[in-house]
Design a protein around this ligand. Structure first.
Ligand code: NAD
Length: 347
């Protein structure tokens, strides 16, 4: 089963990490190192099966390779998942994981993701220098990711509504966690109308009281009549079940792997719903971590994250020219850069 999956997703290496003392079970997927060391956050999640965890890591790692490539970042893609319930997350478990990360000697560099906070990442960093996104100066990548999503949203609204302004836009945000909440703040500042849903009531209450957002249930967020649907929770929110419910003109959010299958991107295209490819629009966090590592300046990060608007604009233009869906165009652009580099290196 494992080698079939390696072939299917085209990855270089999978490491299964187990620590008897802490009960750590982790899977590290190094997808591609053609462009540089493989960067990818670590997700802690209570996966129901090991296969589910492996497939999540493979899909996310492939997305990281394409995210770095399309964003002009000289890094490869990876992802790690720790199979655990939140209450199993102890300092000892995180440090045991950090020791595994260290064995890659910089070929794999990690950071936070769902279930792993910046504080957790700092604990992992007690055992290895290969952790990004934890500096005092730049720190949490999620505000940069939100800034990038807002930038990419402008490219979409320019295309669909003829203006990059987000003022007056009606945006339905699924998930108001680290990125979703920061996105809500930016949109509120720019005069957008917000409808939000989250499985954590305290987060929707906060967004409603601070930003005047209307709250709907997690089930109802798909069918809200709006200009933009912004998936900022987990993956696979665009599926056979949800597409018929959508009443938006644009899908643009931060979640990784928003399309359950590529066919769902084709279906959005067929229905005339503009989709901002997830790994292109949500690259702000990766860009901030990478620049913080290589040449730390917050100004440099904001400039590079702002380029997401132009990048999404180019994808939209190419999609209009060729008639192909935006997700197909993004895959081609990302994969071409890697293939070109492979030829240069004669791999
Ligand atoms: P987070 O865990 O802080 O927020 C996710 C939120 O979604 C949580 O509040 C959670 O309660 C909510 N949620 C989960 N299931 C839901 C459902 N069915 N309906 C409504 N809400 C639901 O995570 P985050 O860091 O904000 O990341 C959000 C997404 O963006 C993830 O898919 C992540 O992989 C992706 N992403 C994050 C970053 C970053 O910088 N943090 C960068 C790139 C991509």
């Amino acid at each position: 089963m494992v080698f079939n999956k390696i072939q299917e997703y085209g990855c270089e290496e999978i490491a299964f990490c187990y620590d008897e003392k802490t009960g750590l079970k982790a899977i590290i997927v190094i997808h591609d190192t053609t462009l540089g060391p493989a960067l990818g956050g670590t997700r802690l999640w209570d996966y129901q099966t090991e296969e589910e965890a492996l497939i999540d890591a493979l899909r996310l790692a492939r997305g990281m390779t394409r995210k770095a490539s399309i964003s002009g970042v000289d890094a490869g893609g990876a992802k790690a998942v720790i199979i655990a319930k939140p209450e199993q997350k102890t300092e000892a478990l995180l440090r045991a994981y950090g020791r595994f990360v260290d064995t890659f000697n910089g070929r794999f560099i990690t950071g936070e993701d769902v279930g792993i906070s910046m504080e957790d990442a700092r604990i992992i960093a007690k055992e290895t220098e290969y952790v990004l996104g934890i500096s005092e100066e730049v720190g949490d990548p999620s505000p940069f990711t939100a800034h990038g999503v807002a930038s990419g949203m402008r490219a979409c609204t320019s295309e669909v509504f003829g203006t990059p302004s987000l003022s007056g836009l009606k945006v339905a945000i699924q998930g108001v966690g680290a990125v979703g909440y920061n996105l809500a703040r930016i949109l509120n500042q720019e005069g957008a109308e917000l409808i939000v849903a989250d499985i954590r009531e305290e987060l929707t209450n906060k967004t409603a009281s601070e930003l005047g957002a209307k709250v709907v249930s997690p089930e109802d967020i798909y069918s809200v009549e709006c200009d933009v649907f912004a998936p900022c929770a987990l993956g696979a929110s665009i599926s056979d079940e949800t597409i018929p419910q959508l009443r938006c003109k644009v899908v643009a959010g931060s979640a990784n792997n928003q399309l359950k299958e590529n066919a769902h991107g084709d279906e959005l295209h067929r229905r005339g719903i503009l989709y901002a490819p997830d790994y292109a629009i949500n690259a702000g966090g990766l860009i901030s971590a990478y620049i913080d590592w290589k040449e730390p300046t917050t100004e440099g990060i904001m400039k590079k994250v702002g380029e997401i608007e132009h990048r999404i604009g180019e994808i939209i233009s190419e999609s209009k020219k060729t008639g192909e869906p935006t997700h197909t165009i993004a895959d081609k652009v990302a994969d071409e850069r890697i293939q070109k580099k492979k030829k240069e290196k004669a791999i």
